[in-house]
Design a protein around this ligand. Sequence first.
Ligand code: PLP
Length: 357
Amino acid sequence: VYNFSAGPAVLPEDVIIQARDEMLDWRGTGMSVMEMTHRGKQFMAIAEQAEADFRELLAIPENYKVLFLQGGATSQFAMVPMNLLQGKKQADYICTGHWSKKAIAEGRRFCEINLAASSEDTGFQHVPPHQDWKLDPEAAYVHYTPNETIAGVEFHWIPDSGEVPLVADMSSTLLSRPLDVSRFGVIYAGAQKNIGCAGLTVVIVRNDLIGRPQAGTPAMFDYQIHADHNSMYNTPPTYAWYVAGLVFSWLKRKGGLTAIAKINQAKANTLYSFIDSNDFYYNPVERAFRSRMNVPFILSEQQLDEIFLEQAKKAGLTNLKGHRSVGGMRASIYNAMSQEGVETLVEFMKEFERTRA
Ligand code: PLP
């Protein structure tokens, strides 16, 4: 099937095959990676290679740590203020959708939130223009969500936060294109979209921002403790870390982020240009802010939603149901979705429109 799930999402077939082939016996050790101690030399080698490949893909500067954690992006909603407030009372947040709101709600447990910009009043269909943002130069950090997975709204530029550290929830966009990591204080992402399988959360954090957690921060929420222990303060999510390593290696073989960005752009163009070319399907997001990863679309006759999903499933196109908060459909077209998969979806949509509309 072609799996359009928003996450956990489709993985490259090569990665699944390699994981299967190595499942029972990892390179002659007689053990599955699942069975290895994280402190043994085999797993250490897997972990180090994964980090090296990840750093190479994103050209992560030396003055950043990469952490392989648990707890999902949702834990980062708390870990960011716990580690970055550093005595300050307030942080800036940009609200462009469901996940921004979640980050803001969690941030409120720790500090005052300055809602520097929001597109909520227009139903999250655009990114508020940068010149209208009311950033506070005294804020502890500026938090934003470069790709809103549910509404399908994406920033196609990096905001300027001046001297204030920029923090980004990149769960559904990291590794989809080249990125200037040096513009950020913290980048975090749950793995279950472009990185690998659920259970792993990757954090990239600038060295000067760690080491001053709020009083009372639990060890597991302190970036410094994880950094000091190379993400092995406790048992890390070993298998998910291994799968991430396979994905990084696959991405390198594909030609890295410049190559995958081109493929992703072509897929998005194929789908959006079809949606825009007819009256039966509709995407409400302003064109300049449309996501290359998550493409929501609405059928002009909503009573056909269930039939659309049923027939799509029969045609081998799965997980197209939109998030319950917005309804309609959503096709997530992460790195592992092929151009062929997107074209098959478009052909199905054409045929559905032809026979139903
Ligand atoms: N942030 C974004 C942009 C997401 O898409 C998601 C999940 O889909 C999350 C946060 C929550 O991630 P997790 O379930 O890993 O906590």
